[in-house]
Design a protein around this ligand. Structure first.
Ligand SMILES: Cc1ncc(COP(=O)(O)O)c(C=O)c1O
Length: 397
């Protein structure tokens, strides 16, 4: 009864752990959850006030399907200010979250059987969206020694005459990898040589640490700009995950296709959230909010990385962006806990939960050697949670 396309969607590996952790918590058991995919900050008051104003003035009706003009203008101003990119408002489409932007953009580009190159580990939603669009995901395994970043040679060797596009996610979920400008320029050369397209998911752009800098591949000349769909949104930078506002900046034909597709799927993103997003993007207060959030994450990043490094059996590569650590726990495989063998990231996560700590198995992101830990939680919880992981590993036989 269920269509072939939809029946291929994989059940979320993360859901099982999260559901179990919730159940344990509800029954009074203490569980430290490292699963959070969203900043643990409130949306700033001035953005909330703007949403209240939208309601008060009756800004509660349909907007144009591709988004209200003021928000598209604010996105254009942001892209120029932060990224040095010039777009016309017609090239911007506002969607109900970046996930929706990605889905529509991939549908607008991919024909049945087209190949989409995806560096692995990857954010688990991409292959599902490619599959729903009728495309085929071509995974390119990146190496921990290379900071989980695809090289220009690796990209080139994955390109065939069926390749339509390449998904670049920097800063990366789940690895925290951030590509340098020169790495991006090398990838751009390959893209240009083969005439493929790029979907550049830049949703974590504001969360980079140390000497890492965000650089958009769309900045690598006119060809790249004409072959890149920049995806971004309000969720992570402004702690607005529930508001559901994402956007693309794209070549005009792609923006138009996305806009007409969206006019039939979701219509406009929530008018109130759009109104508040104008304030978020334009307000002078945002710089301070983002900088404080970034600083908090920077401290937690250092804390969690240092604590994890102390655990025998755990290997970590310092993440440069986003708010995740991708830790290799494969040294523990083959050992057992309470009679059950740890045979991969899923059983590691399942058994660690018995010690009151919830982590996301790397298998969900295409790397069964690792687990993903989010540090969008308090320092206190980080300390206690990592201690529980340490205890769990030390009890393995
Ligand atoms: C890499 C990446 N892209 C996009 C998104 C989607 O963000 P949104 O909340 O705007 O749909 C997420 C959310 O977790 C993400 O991790």
């Amino acid at each position: 009864m269920i269509s072939e396309r939809t029946s291929k969607i994989k059940p979320s590996l993360t859901l099982e752990i999260t559901a179990k952790a919730k159940k344990m918590k509800a029954s009074g058991i203490s569980v430290i959850g490292f699963g959070a995919g969203e900043p643990d900050f409130n949306t700033p008051d001035y953005i909330i006030d703007a949403a209240k104003k939208a309601l008060d003035i009756g800004f509660t009706k349909y907007t144009p399907a591709s988004g209200m003009a003021e928000l598209k203008n604010a996105v254009c101003a942001k892209l120029l200010r932060d990224n040095g990119l010039t777009y016309a408002p017609e090239q911007i489409v506002i969607s109900s979250g970046a996930k929706s932007s990605l889905y529509h953009a991939i549908c607008a580009m991919v024909n049945d059987g087209d190949e989409v190159i995806l560096p692995s580990p990857y954010w688990l939603t991409y292959p599902e969206l490619v599959g729903l669009a009728g495309g085929k995901t071509v995974y390119v395994k990146t190496r921990a020694e290379n900071g989980y970043k695809i090289t220009a040679e690796e990209l080139e060797s994955a390109i065939t005459d069926k390749t339509k596009c390449f998904i670049l996610n920097s800063p990366n979920n789940p690895t925290g990898a951030v590509y340098t400008e020169s790495e991006i320029r090398s990838l751009a050369k390959v893209v240009e040589k083969h005439g493929i397209y790029v979907v550049s998911d830049e949703i974590y752009e504001k969360l980079v640490y140390g000497d890492a800098k965000h650089f958009s591949i769309a900045c690598c000349g006119e060809f790249l700009k004409e072959h890149t769909v920049v995806v971004n949104g309000m969720s992570k930078s402004y702690s607005m995950t529930g508001w559901r506002i994402g956007y693309i900046a794209a070549p005009l034909d792609i923006a138009k296709a996305v806009s007409s597709m969206q006019s039939h799927t979701t219509s406009n993103a929530c008018s109130i959230s759009q109104y508040a997003s104008v304030e978020a993007l334009n307000s002078e207060k945002s710089e301070k909010f983002i900088s404080e959030m970034q600083k908090t994450f920077a401290v937690r990043r250092e804390l969690i990385v240092n604590l994890l490094k102390e655990i025998k059996g755990v290997k970590v590569i310092e993440p440069k962006g986003a708010f995740y650590v991708f830790a290799d726990v494969s040294e523990t495989f083959g050992k057992s806990f309470e009679g059950e063998t740890v045979d991969g990231s899923v059983s590691f996560a399942g058994l660690a939960l018995k010690k009151g700590v919830a982590v996301i198995p790397g298998a969900a992101f295409g790397d069964d050697d690792c687990i993903r830990l989010s540090y969008a939680i308090s320092e206190e919880d980080i300390k206690e949670g990592v201690k529980r992981i340490k205890d769990f590993i030390s009890e393995l036989k």
